[in-house]
Design a protein around this ligand. Structure first.
Ligand code: PMP
Length: 398
């Protein structure tokens, strides 16, 4: 009899399960569009030049590897605040944003969730329907009941904004609302600036707690454009949370570089919030690792490297846009009759293709083209060599 005799096997992570299946697939033409990772046109994970140059600079003056402070590298936290809020913004200048370095965007979300559970234990959490799968799991694990607000209408192949707004207007005070700041995962549909104004007004009127998840800043329309919603929240005068991920925008997935920022009422409140965030970190992993944070702080803090990063991120954004256009064109050329133009209205790394589960399963089993059962495909994994095959395969299952 073991302590674990009665422990059940947990279900496989759906995306990682897809990866395993992909890896054992012997189809020589196989294409993995299941993952949320940006690949270059050669199908390779990019190593950004700005990152390499920052690392070279770091190697030239090697530093001993002591513990970091609990909240991470001070210059990194400052760089994140400046990026997310603007160096000249009132919240940054007045010192009312508490920012901590975190283990990726996921770490930022979890530290925020743990803090919220302390200050707001009776609340529930609302996530979009659909959302990144880990949102539900993460907030559930943090002890919250998790429900959804409408977001995507499959029949209309677009947003259900009225449904979203109505759900927010009916939510009880204190409800935590997780909002994708840009490049909604998995649908690729973002709400407009005017719709954000309505969401912000509803969240404020109902005294809800907004939690912005910013995992794809720079992949939609540009760094400033994708982050514009933050200034709107600031202007509304509410407290709010922002998690940041640099996994994609710096192609630093495995370094786990992210952050959590909490916009508070004043500097004193930010100090108190920061002290609580530090407890969450201290009791989980004590303090974050150095390397990734130092790379990002170096790039963001060196004008020349920052310009290079913006250029490289811009190139990634542009390539995704080109793949979207090519996808629409080539699907048509492959004989798909229905208008697939909606693919170019979506932004970010993903496209909700509108394909059914049966079609996605056929794509996988008969053609070795892997997307999720919900029809999500990673456009950032398409390239000039696999796109024709993908389009011909899709045409055969539609
Ligand atoms: N939020 C969303 C919406 C995401 O898609 C992801 C990554 N796939 C994350 C957060 C987590 O990012 P990270 O890998 O940096 O933990």
């Amino acid at each position: 009899m073991s302590l674990f005799s009665a422990v059940e096997m947990a279900p496989r992570d759906p995306i990682l399960g897809l990866n395993e299946q992909f890896n054992t697939d012997v189809n020589p033409n196989k294409v993995n569009l299941g993952v949320g990772v940006y690949y270059d046109d050669d199908g390779k994970l990019p190593l950004l030049q700005c990152v390499l140059r920052a690392e070279k600079q770091m190697m030239e003056t090697p530093k001993p590897r002591g513990y970091l402070p609990i909240d991470g590298i001070a210059a990194y936290d400052q760089a994140v605040r400046n990026l997310v809020f603007g160096a000249e913004s009132q919240p940054v200048k007045s010192g009312r944003v508490a920012t901590v370095q975190a283990l990726g965007g996921t770490g930022g979300l979890k530290i925020g969730a743990d803090l919220l559970k302390r200050v707001n234990p009776g609340a529930k959490v609302l996530i979009s329907d659909p959302s990144w799968e880990n949102h539900r799991a993460l907030f559930t694990q943090a002890g919250f009941p998790v429900e959804t607000y409408p977001y995507y209408n499959a029949a209309r192949r677009g947003l259900d904004f009225d449904g979203m707004l109505t759900a927010l207007q009916m939510a009880p005070a204190g409800t935590v609302v997780v909002l994708h700041a840009c490049c909604h995962n998995p649908t690729g549909y973002d709400i407009t600036a005017e719709q954000w104004d309505q969401v912000i007004a509803a969240v404020k009127a109902r005294k809800l707690v907004p939690f912005l998840d910013m995992a794809y800043q720079g992949f939609g329309h540009g760094i400033a454009e994708d982050g514009a919603v933050v200034a709107k929240f600031v202007a509304s005068g509410q407290n709010f949370f922002v998690s940041t991920s640099f996994s994609k925008s710096f192609s630093l997935y495995g370094e786990r570089v992210g952050a959590l920022s909490v916009c508070c009422q004043d500097k004193d409140e930010a100090g108190r919030v920061l002290s609580q965030l530090k407890i969450m970190i201290r009791t989980n992993y004590s303090n974050p690792p150095i390397h990734g944070g130092m790379v990002v702080a170096t790039v963001l803090g060196t004008p020349e490297l920052r310009a290079l990063w913006e250029k490289e991120l811009g190139d990634m954004r542009l390539r995704i846009k080109q793949m979207r256009l090519a996808l629409v064109e080539k699907l048509k050329a492959a004989g798909v009759k229905q208008d697939m133009g909606f693919i170019t209205q979506q932004i970010g790394m993903f496209s909700y293709s509108g394909l059914s589960k049966d079609q996605m399963v056929r794509l996988r089993n008969e053609f070795g083209v892997y997307g999720t059962d919900t029809g999500r495909m990673c456009v950032a994994a398409l390239n000039s060599r696999n796109i024709d095959y993908v389009c011909q395969s899709i045409a055969k299952v539609i």
